[in-house]
Design a protein around this ligand. Structure first.
Ligand code: FAD
Length: 502
């Protein structure tokens, strides 16, 4: 074994933890000596992935489900021994609802991404007007748009299926993955399959039918899964699997500097908020885009400027639980979505006790509600009592509920989900190109190539592999720089590798 390389991972969300895990695992297999240090600004690991357990309830503060078809691409759940923990959403409660004119209407059968692909459900749903249905059918004959230029989801779906399908069905559906305001998002960065379906089948309706057949043959079960013990189990397993990686919490990285031995031989210096420094041969930045932009301001101003353009949408989750007897709604389903033109602050709700029965005691009914819309910033500032009252009043206008909830929790995310505006993938490419002259400095996380937890797992793994190939290519020509730098080079003593929890 050669000398030891030092790698810093900044950010202890699911991306950073996965990167650190993969780095340690692959380095050990390939006989490369690595000392990984993960810096997390908060006093808890997991970033947006947090589970609160209270009185028999499993309350997810951020993500609550994983897209099943994306999980096999990472393989990491198998490595972590988590496949037995995977549970599918309740097969007896498959349907969902859309709020239309103040009432719950069942989502038409065969709805996949944007609209029902079978003509029967499309023509009989009460959600669309006769004109809206006729306009949707034009999708079968309209020519596809030529070229690969990006556009917004709202623009594309309106172009193919009309405004009514876009507003009343497609955008609320897509918002269940990307949050409120999804109409403004980039097609290529969020749902590239829509672009491919248009190009290949010349129609989104026809294309969705083909896609549904393919997906059914590959993934016959539910499209969503979660972990029986809550999604934070993934965070516990990742951090519990470290052997040599050091994890430092309450470690807010404030500055990044580049130390140059030669043009392709560099080391990096991180400075923490408390003034301590750390030297590394490679750095994975798994922080939200605004933090990453600040860290790169002096090192790579071009990249920093591009990252500053990626803004985040706030998210507000309110979970309320009632005694089962207080909720008398006989409708069967997993929840409902609310189109923007219904003008409500409640934009979606999951009927958790039905969708994930393991997450709620049998005698209770648990709803997870998302607030949003144009007033989201004002809502974030309101106190918990106000927000719970708002949610209860909105819920009881749609579902038959008596009395007050026995449990309520509010989870605020002032920077919840990154907004992939049209042109997002070009921005990401430009940001990465700006780092070419800094080998071993890698970006990863929800800000770039997919916001879902499985996307973050994949990006964390890719970041680790990219750092390892950089170190392997350097191994032949150079010694680790970070460990060979004269100690007097440092402005203050480097972080003591043995010290935890600053
Ligand atoms: C309400 C909500 C619901 C969601 N629902 C789903 C869902 O159902 N399914 C799904 O797949 N995805 C969902 N997501 C998306 C998913 O949870 C996130 O995209 C993903 O968890 C992001 O992981 P990350 O590690 O890239 O970033 P983060 O989780 O943001 O982690 C970044 C970490 O960096 C740390 N950090 C920041 N600055 C510094 C610094 N200067 N120094 C050191 N550390 C720093 C932060 O404290 C944080 O821990 C949801 C997100 C939200 C907010």
């Amino acid at each position: 074994m050669g000398q030891e390389w030092r790698v810093a991972i900044v950010g202890g969300g699911v991306t950073g933890l996965t990167a650190a895990y993969q780095l340690e695992r692959e380095a050990t297999t390939r006989g490369i000596r690595i000392h990984g240090t993960l810096f997390e600004a908060a006093g808890r690991l997991g970033g947006k992935v947090q589970t609160e357990r209270v009185g028999g309830f499993l309350l997810e503060e951020g993500p609550d489900s994983l897209l099943a078809r994306k999980i096999p691409t990472t393989g990491i759940l198998v490595d972590l021994g988590l496949t037995e923990q995977l549970v599918e959403s309740n097969p007896r409660e498959r349907g969902a609802f859309i709020v239309h004119r103040g009432r719950l209407e069942r989502l038409p059968e065969s709805t996949l991404l944007v609209a029902p692909y079978r003509l029967g459900p499309l023509l009989t749903t009460r959600i669309l007007s006769p004109w809206g249905k006729a306009r949707a059918l034009l999708d079968l004959v309209l020519p596809p748009r030529s070229g690969d230029a990006d556009e917004s989801l709202a623009a594309m779906i309106s172009r193919r299926l009309g405004r009514e399908v876009a507003d009343r069905l497609a955008i609320p559906l897509l918002a269940s993955v990307y949050g409120g305001g999804s109409g403004e998002l980039s097609v290529l960065a969020t749902f590239p399959e829509l672009h491919q379906l248009e190009q290949k089948y010349r129609s989104l309706l026809r294309g969705q039918r083909m896609l549904s057949q393919q997906r059914r043959s590959i993934q016959p079960g539910s499209p969503f899964v979660t972990l029986r013990g809550g999604l934070h189990t993934l965070i516990d397993r990742l951090s519990g699997a470290f052997r040599s990686t050091e994890v430092i919490q309450n470690a807010d990285v404030r500055e990044l500097r580049v130390l140059t031995a030669s043009t392709d031989h560099r080391a990096y210096q991180l400075r923490l908020a408390d003034g301590r420094d750390y030297l590394a041969d490679a750095v994975i930045l798994a922080t939200p885009a605004d933090t990453t932009s600040r860290l790169l301001r002096d090192v790579a101003p071009g990249t920093a400027a591009v990252l500053a353009e990626i803004d985040y949408r706030p998210a507000l989750v309110v979970s309320v639980a009632y005694e089962r007897r207080q909720v008398t709604c006989a409708l069967s389903g997993t929840g409902f979505l609310v189109p923007v033109d219904e003008r409500r602050t409640l934009i979606a709700s999951t009927w958790v006790s039905r969708k994930w029965p393991h997450a709620s005691p049998l005698d209770s009914t648990l709803f997870r509600c998302y607030l949003g819309g144009p007033s989201i910033t004002d809502l974030l500032a309101r106190d918990d009592t106000d927000l719970v009252a708002l949610v209860c009043s909105e819920l009881s206008s749609l579902v038959d509920i008596q009395g007050v909830p026995k449990l309520a929790r509010v989870y605020r995310w002032s920077s919840g989900l990154p907004r992939y505006a049209p042109g997002h993938l070009d921005r990401v490419r430009r940001a990465e190109e700006g780092l070419r002259e800094f080998p071993g400095l890698v970006l990863a996380g929800a800000a770039y190539r997919g916001i879902g937890v499985p996307d973050c797992l994949r990006q964390g793994q890719e970041a680790a592999r990219s750092v390892l190939s950089h170190l392997v290519s350097r191994q032949r020509s150079f010694h680790p720089f970070a460990t060979s730098i004269r100690p007097d080079f440092c402005l203050s003593p480097p972080v003591n590798p043995g010290c935890h929890g600053a």
